[in-house]
Design a binder for this molecule. Structure first.
Ligand SMILES: Cc1cc2nc3c(=O)[nH]c(=O)nc-3n(C[C@H](O)[C@H](O)[C@H](O)COP(=O)(O)O)c2cc1C
Ligand SMILES: Nc1ncnc2c1ncn2[C@@H]1O[C@H](COP(=O)(O)OP(=O)(O)OP(=O)(O)O)[C@@H](O)[C@H]1O
Length: 261
């Protein structure tokens, strides 16, 4: 995983690039990655996924739920499992947010990554005030020697499959719909404390308060989410009953089904 453009080797070859937050790496993201791998294979190029951390909306203070469906490490791990060769995490700062679409293309895609093919979802925006889109990539790409593909958005159950949709499913306790959009059950990772509590990184997305059937360390467990859900879900706490490990151990927990309030 490259953390910032300074980690990209100067002799990095031409490549195919896909860009976005990719929180949760849901089925729509997987479809986009599949298209990127196809574009890469057609020209025998490596595939790079460019992502941002923290979430741009959080840095910009936009009134949106930006609770994390996956940590940046997990996101990169899933992308690698899907076949991406490198993940480049750009620290999303106010300075980056002020970069124009043309500057982003020149500094990131052309000068650092040597992009020859760029593949994004049809709704992708970038650059100051989100002014750049697929058409911007297409017209500036002609000048800079890369091609652009805008991939149609994969729907799930008639709606756009998006991280926002999945956060909404979790807030309603609709785990079935969340699983369907993610292509796997929602999971979180944290450290077990005394009293079976799981200490989670700040801003982790949890389903609404209630009792859930889940999996931890390969065992069926009962999960209890307590607290009053707020916009960013930090007020929610997680307990994992049935002793999945000793205090201090890191545990990955999957939510399978809501079994009570
Ligand atoms: C260089 C750059 C500057 C950006 N500046 C802004 C901005 O000023 N305002 C904004 O709402 N989003 C801004 N964004 C965020 C994008 O509009 C978009 O949310 C982000 O690239 C993630 O794309 P995705 O939501 O499709 O994953 C910027 C993104 C980039 C890469
Ligand atoms: N359903 C989808 N099908 C194909 N591509 C998608 C889909 N959803 C998002 N993308 C693309 O994936 C990349 C990452 O997007 P992003 O992380 O913003 O996804 P998102 O799920 O729409 O997130 P959010 O709901 O937080 O805006 C972007 O290029 C975006 O256009």
């Amino acid at each position: 995983m490259w953390r910032g453009l300074s980690d990209v080797p100067a002799d990095w070859p031409s490549c195919a690039v896909t860009i976005g937050v990719f929180d949760g790496v849901h089925r729509g993201h997987a479809w986009l990655i599949e298209n990127t791998l196809r574009a890469a294979a057609e020209s025998d190029l490596p595939a790079v996924l460019v992502t941002f951390d923290p979430h741009p909306a959080r840095v910009l203070g936009l009134p949106r739920d930006t609770s994390a469906l996956s940590s940046i490490e997990r996101r990169a791990g899933i992308a690698r499992e899907l076949g991406v060769d490198r993940v480049c995490v750009l620290p999303f700062t106010l300075e980056l947010a002020r970069m124009s679409p043309a500057e982003f293309i020149e500094n990131v895609l052309v000068n650092a990554l040597h992009a020859r093919s760029v593949v994004v979802g049809a709704n992708f925006t970038f650059g100051h005030r989100g002014a750049g889109d697929v058409d911007t990539l297409r017209s500036l790409g002609t000048r800079h020697g890369f091609t652009t593909r805008g991939v149609h958005l994969m729907p799930v159950n008639g709606a756009d499959c998006s991280s926002t949709h999945i956060r909404g499913c979790l807030q309603r306790g609709d785990l079935l719909a969340a699983t369907r959009a993610l292509g796997r059950p929602h999971e979180v990772e944290g450290v077990l404390t005394g009293g079976h509590e799981v200490a989670l990184p700040e801003g982790t997305a949890l389903p609404c308060a209630g009792r859930y059937a889940g999996l931890a360390a390969g065992r069926t467990v009962e999960l209890v989410v307590t607290g009053s859900p707020r916009h960013d879900s930090d007020a929610l706490r997680l307990r994992c009953l049935d002793g999945p490990g000793a205090p201090g151990e890191t545990v990955r927990v999957q939510f399978l089904e809501k079994i009570g309030t």
